[in-house]
Design a protein around this ligand. Structure first.
Ligand SMILES: [Fe+2]
Length: 258
């Protein structure tokens, strides 16, 4: 048995859809209730569907009756404030696990590289069922920001940088690819993140919006990229040294939240 996966996502681990006309919708994310939840970077989250149907960010595999990131329970108070976001999360018709808006404070590139992580979307996911991937709908118009994707956390070769204007729509196998967001400027970035189960519904959705699994990386100077890599190296070394000093072993950072 094997998981059901998307053929379009298999080659690169990401798909970029047509841009959504974000400016036509109200800024619903400003009305939602947020909770402090440290993820990769300085973040808060507004859950719209969660494991328990309450405004919380716990992993689906934690607490009572642990399960994989599927069958999220919609939170009535949040759904009432964000009908367009809910409509968009439900449009594919694929099973929805967690659905939440992330608020990310400005993050320099070196910090972004340090924040690179893989998600844990498929813990407890039964073999033979659909592989859980995530949709990212950029809500704010972050013209200078980009999503960073790597196959290997510390190897810049093959890094992909995907632009994040308002309406950018990405679907990413975030358990496979290391990912984090570079976000310069002064204002926070908001993005809707939805866990979807792979299958024919998600495939049809990606086809409908002309999904492509290769895009041009946002061009940055050699100096910018090298300085970011230097900072990642430095921060990872400092972290390893701090752990060693405490007699702890470093672990592979796997997060689930962004
Ligand atoms: Fe993540």
């Amino acid at each position: 048995m094997a998981y059901i996966k998307s053929a379009l996502l298999e080659e690169t681990g990401y798909v970029v859809l047509d841009k959504y006309n974000q400016a036509a919708d109200p800024k619903e994310w400003l009305d939602l209730e947020y909770v402090d939840w440290k993820s990769s970077g300085d973040t808060r989250f507004a859950p719209i569907a969660s494991k328990t149907g309450t405004v919380e960010c716990g992993g689906f595999w934690t607490g009572d009756e642990p399960r994989t990131d599927k069958d999220g329970l919609w939170i009535d108070s949040q759904v009432a404030k964000a009908p367009n976001l809910v409509r968009r999360a439900q449009e594919p018709g694929a099973n929805v696990g967690r659905c939440r808006v992330i608020e990310l404070q400005p993050t320099p590139y070196g910090e972004t590289l340090y924040n690179l992580h893989q998600d844990d979307n498929n813990r407890l996911n039964p073999d033979g069922t659909g592989w859980v991937v995530r949709g990212f709908f950029n809500l704010t118009d972050d013209k200078d920001s980009f999503f960073v994707l790597r196959e290997n956390r510390t190897d810049p070769a093959g890094e992909v940088r995907i632009a994040l204007p308002a309406g950018a729509q990405l679907i990413i196998d975030t358990q496979r690819l290391w990912h984090a967001t570079y976000h310069p400027g002064a204002e926070p970035r908001y993005c809707l993140i939805t866990s979807w189960t792979s299958g024919p519904e998600l495939d049809a959705y990606m086809a409908k919006y002309n999904g492509v699994n290769k895009v041009e990386s946002v061009p940055m100077s050699e100096e910018f990229l090298a300085e970011g890599q230097r900072i990642q190296d430095e921060k990872l070394a400092a972290r390893a040294a701090a752990l060693a000093a405490r007699g702890e072993r470093d672990w592979k950072p796997v997060m689930s939240e962004a």
